[in-house]
Design a protein. Structure first.
Length: 441
């Protein structure tokens, strides 16, 4: 489906300037890989005020190291401080924001007006990016936040292309929108299932992702499950809004689990929308996920700008996304409101799964031998894939494996163990090696 963009859309991008590719940085290591594989900016969490309390959140010292690394690539670092603050959360916020500014952080991502006002007063060098937690979907709300001093608005995931166009026509501000990753079954961050089931507050960084749990359905008043029906029939009943016994209890009975967002097949529409920043979700995801997804989108965006008139989606980019995906994918709200087919109700046809097996740390051009740091068990005779920034990619079979002293090994079985073996093509430090591990169960 092609999006028709009217010519008077406001955009902060200069002619020929690419939109920012913004990636998650759940740890210092993940941040470095995101930038190395093509991110223009990375968003992280600090020790306070963020919505990923279980991530490897950054100390101020780590933030300074992150900014120094990003500067070498011409990239930026943003910090999520997007909780809805209770009274007890306010103490210390001034010092926290001053420390972010001193560390060289480019912007904070924030939802609470109290934090916005405090930032404007005590850390004026920090840009203020309005979090998706504010669920902003119309141009008048965007204009309100601009008048409050916000430099960028991260739109709600529920925003359509049509709504983006209307916003861009009416408001002169940077717009950021998610292009890839998990979708919240509620308006982002406004679900209280986690609070109810586990006493972990979604709006203060504790979401337990209750919508991803497996559920059984009972008719009110039932004390036990009635006659079980086929999965197909049960899903049909659920989609039609039918209730009552018999109800469904299956192998994977998901009731609220949304498919993940993926816009890799629609980069031209994203670019024509005038959005200034394309955001990838996933601070809790693995290094392999971050590097793979960023790499694919980086190639797609660059290819479009290299030759817009002849741009074509490359199958390899899509296949790379599939290798990192752990749920089925769709286009979210961009084209239309998702229907029942955009949720996961039962077992899906799982794609082939891949593990991050090794990280290249050295390569000897003379001998063609790579030194690889083990990240998952692999052994001689196993088929593997190497990939790096810019789409470098090749498959090969692992040959003779040795440790750093030259002793032959039957497997690389120890975490972070450094091993050596001949590779079929040149590789570089921070290239990654993955292995196929079969279909997910």
């Amino acid at each position: 489906m092609e999006v028709v963009l009217e010519p008077n859309v406001i955009t902060k991008l200069k002619p020929g300037q690419k939109p920012e590719l913004l990636a998650p940085g759940g740890s210092l290591e993940k941040l470095k890989f995101a930038i190395h594989y093509g991110a223009d900016a990375v968003y992280i969490g600090g020790q306070k005020y963020g919505l990923r309390s279980n991530a490897d959140n950054f100390t101020f010292e780590e933030m300074r190291e992150a900014v120094e690394f990003a500067d070498r690539y011409g990239a930026k670092v943003f910090v999520a401080a997007n909780i809805y603050a209770h009274n007890e959360d306010i103490a210390g916020i001034e010092d926290y924001l001053r420390n972010l500014q001193e560390a060289g952080i480019a912007a904070i991502i924030v939802a609470d007006p109290a934090i916005i006002e405090t930032c404007k007063r005590v850390a004026p060098k920090l840009e203020i990016h309005l979090s998706t937690q504010q669920s902003t979907v119309n141009w008048q709300a965007v204009q309100f936040w601009v008048e409050e001093g916000v430099h960028r608005v991260v739109l709600a995931r529920e925003t359509t292309f049509e709504e983006i166009h209307e916003i861009k026509r009416n408001v002169d501000v940077e717009i950021e929108t998610f292009i890839h990753g998990a979708m919240c079954s509620s308006y982002s961050g406004r679900c209280v299932l986690s609070n109810h089931f586990t006493d972990r507050d979604s709006n203060r960084g504790g979401c337990c992702q209750s919508c991803r749990w497996k559920y059984d359905l009972f008719e009110e008043g039932d004390t036990e499950i009635g006659q079980l029906v086929s999965e197909e029939e049960a899903i049909g009943r659920f989609k039609e809004g039918m209730t009552g016994t018999p109800l469904f209890r299956g192998e994977d009975p998901f009731m609220m689990s949304a498919k993940d967002l993926c816009m890799i097949e629609h980069i031209p529409d994203m670019i024509r929308s005038g959005v200034e920043s394309f955001k990838i979700e996933g601070r809790m995801k693995s290094i392999h996920y971050v590097a793979t997804v960023v790499n694919a989108y980086r190639q797609a965006i660059d290819a479009y700008y290299a030759d817009p008139d002849n741009y074509k989606l490359q199958e390899q980019w899509l296949q790379e996304i599939y290798k990192a995906a752990n749920r089925p994918l769709n286009t979210g709200f961009f084209y239309d409101a998702p229907g029942h087919e955009d949720h996961i109700f039962g077992p899906e046809d799982k794609r082939i799964d891949y593990d991050f097996a090794g990280l290249v740390v050295e390569y000897d051009e003379t001998s063609g031998v790579a030194t690889v740091q083990q990240r998952n068990h692999f052994k001689p005779g196993q088929d593997v894939e190497f990939f790096g920034p810019g789409g470098t990619f090749f498959k090969m079979k692992v040959g003779t494996l040795t440790d750093e002293e030259g002793r032959e090994l039957d497997a690389a079985r120890h975490p972070l163990q450094r091993v050596k073996f001949q590779v079929d093509q040149p590789v570089k430090p921070m290239d990654m090696m993955r292995k196929q591990v079969g279909k997910k169960k």
